[in-house]
Design a protein. Sequence first.
Lengths: 380, 508
Amino acid sequence: MADTVSSAGAPAMFGAKSYPAALEWIARRAEAFVIPLAALIVGMALFSLFIALVGKSPVQLYETMWRGGFGSWFSIQNSLSRAAPLLLAALCVALPARLGLVVIGGEGAIVLGGVAAAAMGVATSGAPAFFVVLAMGVAGLAAGGIWIGAVGALRHYRAVNETISSLLMAYIAIALMNHLVEGPLRDPASLNKPSTEPLAEAYRIGNIPGMDVHWGLVVGVIACILSWLLIEKTRWGFAARIAGGNVRAAQVQGLAVGPLIVGFTALAGGFAGLAGMLEVAAVQGSANASLAAGYGYTGILVAFLARHNPLAIIPVAFLLGGIDASGGLIQRRMDLPDATVLVLQGMLFVVILFSETFYGRFKAFNPDLWQRPVLLKGTA
Amino acid sequence: MSDRKKAVGVETIGMTMRFGAFTALDDVSIKVPAGSFHALLGENGAGKSTLVKCMMGFYHPTAGDILVDRREVAITSPKDASALGLGMVYQHFTLVPSLTGAENLVIAREKVPGIIDWRKERAALAQFMQRMPFKLPLDVKVAELAAGEKQKLEIIKQLYLGRSFLVLDEPTSVLTPGEAQEVLGLVRGMTKAGDLTVLMISHKFHEVTAFADDITVLRKGRLTGTGKVSELSHKRMAAMMIGDQPIAALDSRAPVPVGARQILTVKALKAPDRTGLKTIHIGALDVKSGEIVGVAGISGNGQKEFLEVLAGQRARDAGDVLVKGSPYGASRAEARTLNVRFIPEEPLRNACAPRMTVAENMAFRTFDLNEAGKPINWIKMSAIRDYAARLVEHFKVKTASLASPISSLSGGNVQRAVLARELTGEVDLLIVSNPCFGLDFSAVAEIRARIMKARNAGAAVLLMSEDLDELLELSDRIFVMSDGALVYETPIAQASVQTIGEHMAGHH
């Protein structure tokens, strides 16, 4: 990169000294890795204080967390299972974020995607398994896509704040799900927990061979990779990044900002809907109130920690899945409430948002500042 | 508010300001005697605003002293400056538009009582206004005042707060020529009477000559000249400002060929303005190939809305926009087939994504095409970088690296990058708005030269500018836009600043 410019003769103003292009490349990318990592550490330190205040040992807590989330093959599989929906839920935040939108209502798309998939599963019952699962996936995608796509359309065409509308629409979605599973779609046999009719065993999504983790994990990872390709390598992704970087500049270039926003939000919602479908087809077996398990909200944290980079979502979702998975063990071993991990998530989120203010502040990550002293030494 | 204060004089001795390794101000001593009107000249980045910010207590100089009325003072905060009677009027208004003039004045005071006795305040204000040379309606909301009145109110606010040394930062940039004359004339009168000392930052030589006593010129943080206005020519002042760097010369103007093709046609265009309460109405406007049509006007008279309609950012209620005879809706496909290019004002805000790289920003127009000009779905970053490297070289964009975010470039280089993007390839229609706003001398000259070159190469150019000098230099014809409509048209040969100014102010 730097050498391309040198050959163009542009940075003559910076004098003789220049840095290897590779170093510059690494420095520019290191920022997005180091700052979230530091934020993670600070957040965990703050959480230690909280734990100490409740009179427990932070060391023991983190040790338990490690054991519950990552310490054994069993716990790793548990974490991966929880990471699967988080991958898709995080994409529901990350894709709109590249267009400059803050969508936080992925939970609604998950819930509706699950209900639509369950209904589709019942409706197509009797057909070949492959067809039923496919139809359920499409139904989940479509339901979530319409839901969050509507948020994008409201934003662009009617200037409704997408953060608020997506959150409020999540409440509507949950209410709609409750209405459907307790009313029209209720399986009369479900007495204590109103649910839709259970899927036949043949239509359930099974585990990845050799693991106690369902195929949803693979779907999530593929979705992340495809999303990365879409954003970084295609013309639509580039156009979306322009619109996200400055919507006026995109309009001046004649880019169709409206369709881009609706398309990206619909795709994002579709992924979240797919997460709901996987919860139904691989975990619950039917749609019920358990669909609103908070994956949509944890997904927000995952996306922000990953700086809305779809590839970075993969490890971060595993990490957060692990923290989530350790909740039960923490409860049993340390006599702390199950919600303890939610406190940790909340603290992490505040620290992550705060860390946004540090970008561009460190010289080590900003090669544009490196050359400057050289220039001044040369001329002064 | 308080008793009338006599003007104070201000001196700086050996002011030096360093930001890290960068020296913004290097041993600058200036002397502004009490009751004088002093002009501070210099290009962008010459250190003018650093100097006045040191005086106003916003910055703490690395070295140097400030003398007020020949006594050394320590100004460590804007509060100290205010206590000494030093005040500043900014380039852009700092009044609260939804409040009246009186309310703005009272809330600007350092100590506002918890409960304001408006009857008493109004009486005090009326008394204060009697001593002022300007008359202003103080019970009208600031939003309803004209720009000239707002600027007067800004000055009155400073006087009301008891300041007797004022820094005016390009005070006339938002005024019509007539308003500028009036405001500066009144201020001049106050300095002559010994009530006020003025230090004015300006780019406009004719204002400096007409109103100032002395000038000080800065270049690259150093003092490069000082003297009496009466003894200096504009040429001499310009030489002090820019040194001996070469300035791009304007191409000589090729005559507009007779029967040149009409490129842009606007007919009976109607669109809502920003507030939604008024409409802008463009009766008829046409721009031919090889001609620059300038649109003059004070900002806020509908130019922005008109541009937004042309750029497809604002829906229109009625009317036609035709380019080469075909309807133009500013889609990417239309812009591409009809060779329409758009250079909005403040390029970093309106034409770039600040955090994307220089290379990416330069590819905004062409990223979805391959070398042969065919649409592609998969982006090649290497092609984008190569393309940008060529343009950077050709348009002399100074950047540390193609991977730098474009926001790290100076204003002139951002504009060069945008020009490189928009002026490459065949251009039939070029729509430009305030292309040189806030840029330094050499960048301005180069950018105007590029626009003239595009014109001579056959492009039709629609140039909207708030800088009358720029319009007079570049245009073949000038329109005046006022209150949402084109109210006056003149060929350049018959253009007079006087008449144009009157139409800008809506006096016809």
